[in-house]
Design a protein around this ligand. Structure first.
Ligand code: OAD
Length: 230
């Protein structure tokens, strides 16, 4: 147990934008030039598993070329004063690489694959250069990217709602709040808990949420000042 206030932070693609990873809804339904439903849906995976493997191999390789930015670092630094729990929709590992110790991935992780015949069996890949195909076998298992595709359940949602319900302060950073259930986390926050939303182009949010209209690096620097002053 810790006596520090619990700061729960829900992050989306926007927090990694300044590291050079593209967000999803900036480009007409395309994700790195592919139609999103081809590369991020269960139907897409059934239709063309080889494409999906190639696509996530590329995303993983891209991870090797980017670094956490100041926004990720500030969230790590806040652990000195707060019990920081991050709930991220991102499949990159930039929060972990910035040093954050408590990160829940709602939509899976690029650096992991999982067995097709046992969804609970995941394997961490050793490097961003690792490539998989439909023919890859790990410990005898065919594998797929450990990514939550559209049309699939979100098994980490329930633990995420529990964290949201325990927040003393709740912060949303860099998400368009259009993908459910992630976008609904806000509704699990207890009444009276301060809620902040940092985004340069914020979506509509309920009254009472403090919107900081800024990029993640600048917005989190401002938020840290506010929180540490109190
Ligand atoms: P989106 O692409 O929908 O939204 C990105 C948000 O980041 C937008 O609100 C932008 O205004 C904001 N943004 C852009 N640059 C920013 C910056 N420098 N700092 C802060 N914010 C910035 O991404 P998500 O909401 O994360 O799911 O998308 C949710 C899910 O949809 C993803 O996890 C992914 C996708 O399909 C899966 O892959 C399963």
């Amino acid at each position: 147990m810790t006596n520090k206030p619990r700061l729960v932070v829900s992050t989306g693609a926007g927090i990694s934008a300044e590291s050079g990873i593209k967000t999803f809804r900036d480009a007409d339904g395309l994700w790195e030039n592919y139609p999103v439903m081809d590369v991020a849906s269960a139907d897409g995976f059934r239709r063309d598993p080889a494409l999906i493997h190639r696509f996530y191999n590329e995303r993983r390789r891209q991870l090797g070329a980017v670094r956490p930015n100041r926004a990720h670092e500030i969230l790590h630094e806040l652990e000195e004063h707060f019990d920081v729990c991050i709930i991220t929709q991102n499949v990159d590992d930039l929060h972990e690489r910035a040093g954050s110790t408590n990160v829940l991935h709602l939509h899976g992780e690029l650096m992991k694959v999982r067995a097709l015949d046992d969804p609970d069996l995941t394997f961490r890949l050793e490097s961003t250069e690792c490539e998989t195909t439909p023919d890859t076998r790990i410990d005898g298992h065919a594998v797929r990217p450990h990514i939550v595709f559209f049309q699939e359940a979100v098994p980490m949602f329930e633990p995420a709602t529990e964290l949201a319900a325990e927040a003393d302060i709740f912060v949303i950073v860099g998400t368009s709040l259009v993908v459910y259930p992630a976008a609904g986390l806000l509704h699990y926050v207890r009444r009276g808990v301060p809620v902040y939303y940092i985004d340069p182009n914020p979506s509509p949010v309920p009254a009472g949420v403090t919107v900081i209209r800024a990029k993640a690096t600048e917005g989190l620097a401002r938020l840290a000042e506010i929180l540490l002053k109190d």
